[in-house]
Design a protein around this ligand. Sequence first.
Ligand code: PLP
Length: 255
Amino acid sequence: MIKLLSIAGSDPSSGAGIQVDLKTFQALGVFGMAIPAALTVQNSQGVLRVEPLSGQLLSRQLDALLSDIKLDAIKTGMLLTEENVEAVTKAVKKFTVRNLVIDPVLRSSSGRMLMQPDAIGVLRKKLIPLALVVTPNVPEAEALSGISIGSDQDLDFAAGKLLDSGPSFVLIKGGHRRGPATDTLYGGKTVLTFSTLRRKGEFHGTGCVLSSALTVFIAEGLPVEKAVEKAKQFVDKLLMTAEPVGKSRTRYFHF
Ligand code: PLP
């Protein structure tokens, strides 16, 4: 049995965060676990408030789980505070977690800050170096690398800068750029691009589902290149059946 853990924010509307991570794990047939690093007040119209759990509580939860259960992989999402980034870093080192996927969530699509500014540097310096794969979108790659991304060359520079800090792979998601939805994977023998048609409309939790599916395929033993391809196909299929759940037109994935 493959056992995975998500450490991320809680989204009560369950289209993002630990809730959708668990749905993804379930849909793909693995045993999922989840630790909330922060709570959000949220509905389909956006994030109204964020509240962290303490770093100490997160550490306790990580110690309790990891000292008991042998995990095949861990993914992180919204961690919100420096304390929480430190707590995850400590646990990843202590329990030598190898399959670590980091979705460096900084902001919601609705514009709410999901990581405090002083936590971003700690994420970059301490946690990202321990990752197998980091999955920033373009604004996140810009914030983490300090490079503003306009051209494909900028994308390469930003990825190079992130790779230099230590993760094995960087997948920059191109959803915020024009044209087809093209994600670019750096870190293997060659740079690989993965394109799907751009689906019309607004979607909630796309990054969470992609990184969770990627974590599953990595834990199943696929090479990262193949795992990215399968995760991207998984998300693309869900985009076609996604539906609004509340008053906003934002569509949610339905498994
Ligand atoms: N809430 C939580 C807990 C999240 O982790 C995320 C994104 O990762 C969001 C909200 C925002 O999701 P989106 O930007 O897809 O609306």
